[in-house]
Design a protein around this ligand. Structure first.
Ligand code: ADP
Ligand code: MG
Length: 569
């Protein structure tokens, strides 16, 4: 069985293709969404998902979130005093947890997966995702662009032929825009664009800043220690505004109540600075596909943050139509991943949906341009594969050395859209020696540079000296930080040796984390009560008596609910 995984910035999901349909697999708490959060508890054991998310507030120093934004970077996340992880390793822990959920559900070992990535992930980030899977003991059978997965979830439901649609995916931290065309059963990605530092979190951040600005007698420094608490309030307020005309954020500090009531129209005003950032990638995708907004048949919204009425209204205004939202926006991508997993498993079904994808960035080499006679500009980007070319693709350009006495030519490989290479991302380099036969007349040597880009988003560069048989080859997987298979193996062992709680304790851990989060949020009398409750609960857990624990779980859950309800008076 190949599982389909939506490895999200905020939430991750796992689904399978079974009996002709996609099924979402619940985690050990019975939830379909597993927060992409990792924490280390006081015994040094790893927590993943909801219990880790609760600890963002009570134990921020021991907890890591939004690490997807740092995939393939050198950033190290320190969790407590004894643990340190890369973004790949943290992602691997989330993948391991999803893998275990799937195994518990299926009753069999799972080794293969289709994993989705944002369309805008570059080669390094894609390779990092594959590395993470390997660390988790999963072989990636296909990396699938998230909006493409969403389109598949819709495409199969949609029987309309010759249909053009726009997929807008607004998750916690990424905004992806994809233009697809369904024609005679073939779904083609016509263009993709996006902003990978724009998401639902930015709306939460605006609410936090708005709240702070409203409070007289306090400044930003005053709020510094309370930011994670404020974040929780802002998140709840944002969700509340999805269903209500107004909502309130309130926090009590040293017996002073700080609160802010915000209406939907005030919220819309607050969000205005983000609107242009939504417009840009949409315009770019439509222009690249040489289409007009009017010719779109359907607009599809996916990602939890597209639930926000402000976002829907903006899109409706911008695109002159109401978006389709008949699938659950949180689940669409995982469903698409499961469909793809089903297709990979039995390629017979491939006849039904043929899917083409596009290169998200232009890729090319650094060149020197002769502007006028004997006047040169260095560092000019010369694209070989252009943005939004249908993949897999292979393109060749011929270059010539600049000087007759050159003995070698260095090709620097870049991706991006800027005219000058210094503004693009360097992927790698390849140095070609001029053969002895061309000494002194290098300028006459044609050098063919071939770029091949595959469906997994990996770039292969082949350089061929046409006059000789010389060949140079470079597979660009991860130029910035190329993990060797030894390093991946080491990470895999490191993660395998971490202490974790047995699956059947997930519920207990989550209850404990929730109680501790409430403790961190409350003060005074409530704190005393919570401290006693937590102390008592811990002794019950220590007893390891399943029956007592079950009884305690239901008791403490009731008490915690009471505390949480008091939140709203
Ligand atoms: P990702 O793809 O980044 O993992 P998701 O698609 O799960 O993200 O979306 C997460 C985002 O959706 C978060 O920013 C969250 O606040 C937001 N979100 C989820 N439900 C709602 C809602 N009902 N109203 C407003 N925002 C929501
Ligand atoms: Mg997502």
């Amino acid at each position: 069985m190949i599982i389909g995984i939506d490895l999200g910035t905020t939430n991750s999901l796992v689904a399978i293709w079974q009996n002709g349909q996609a099924t979402l697999i619940p985690n050990s708490l019975g939830e379909k969404l597993t927060p992409s959060v990792v924490s280390v508890d006081k015994d040094g054991a790893i927590l993943v998902g909801q219990s880790a998310k609760e600890r963002l507030i009570s134990h921020p120093e021991q907890t890591a979130s939004v690490f997807k934004r740092f995939m393939s970077s050198q950033k190290n996340f320190r969790l407590g005093t004894s643990h340190q992880f890369s973004a790949e390793e943290l992602s691997a822990l989330v993948l391991k947890s999803l893998k275990a959920d799937a195994e518990a559900y299926l009753g069999e070992v799972v080794t293969d997966a289709v994993i989705t990535v944002p369309a805008y992930f570059n080669d390094h980030q894609r390779q990092a995702t594959k590395n993470a899977a390997q660390m988790a003991g999963l072989t990636v059978r296909r990396l699938l662009n998230e909006p493409t997965a969403a389109a598949m979830a819709y495409g199969l439901h949609e029987q309309n032929d010759d249909c053009k649609f726009l997929v807008l995916d607004l998750g916690g931290g990424t905004f992806d825009v994809t233009l697809l065309e369904l024609f005679s059963g073939i779904m083609e990605v016509r263009a993709s664009a996006g902003d990978n530092s724009l998401g639902g979190e930015d709306f939460t951040e605006l609410l936090i800043q708005g709240f702070i600005k409203q409070q007289q007698d306090t400044d930003a420094a005053f709020w510094q220690p309370y930011l994670s608490l404020l974040h929780g309030e802002a998140e709840a307020c944002k969700r509340s505004l999805t269903h209500n005309k107004q909502a309130t954020m309130s926090i009590t500090i040293d017996e002073t109540l700080y609160s802010w009531q915000i209406t939907d129209s005030k919220f819309e005003k607050l969000c205005e600075p983000l609107f242009q950032r939504f417009r840009d990638p949409i315009e770019r995708a439509i222009r690249d596909a040489k289409l007009r907004i009017k010719s779109l048949d359907e607009v599809v919204l996916v990602g939890g943050a597209t639930r926000m009425p402000v976002f829907r209204q903006l899109m409706t205004r911008l695109l002159g139509r109401f978006p389709a939202v008949n699938l659950n926006p949180d689940e669409t991508i995982a469903i698409g991943a499961a469909i793809q997993a089903g297709l990979v498993a039995e390629d017979a079904a491939l006849d039904e949906v043929i899917l083409t994808d596009v290169a998200p960035y232009s890729m090319g080499v650094d060149t020197t341009l002769e502007i006028r006679e004997n006047q040169y500009q260095h560092g000019v980007f010369s694209p070989i594969i252009e943005r939004n070319t249908v993949i897999p693709t292979s393109k060749v350009h011929t270059f010539y050395p600049m000087q007759d006495n050159q003995t070698e030519v260095q090709f620097n490989i870049y991706q991006g859209e800027a005219r000058l290479t210094r503004d693009n991302i360097k992927l790698g380099e390849l140095t070609v020696a001029i053969p002895a036969s061309h000494r002194g007349k290098a300028r006459q040597l044609p050098i063919d540079v071939r770029f091949s880009y595959d469906v997994n988003g990996l770039l292969e560069v082949d350089i061929n000296l046409s006059d000789s048989q010389e060949n140079y080859n470079l597979l660009i997987q991860n130029g910035a930080k190329q993990l060797s298979s030894k390093e991946i193996e080491n990470s895999r062992d490191k993660l395998a040796n971490l202490k974790t709680h047995p699956r059947d304790q997930a519920q207990n851990r989550s209850i404990l984390a929730r109680a501790e989060r409430l403790y961190a949020q409350r003060l005074g009398f409530e704190r005393d009560q919570l401290a006693r409750l937590i102390g008592w609960y811990e002794t019950v857990l220590d007893s390891q008596d399943p029956q007592q624990i079950r009884k305690a779980n239901s008791e403490i859950s009731k008490s915690l609910e009471q505390f949480e309800r008091d939140d709203w008076f």
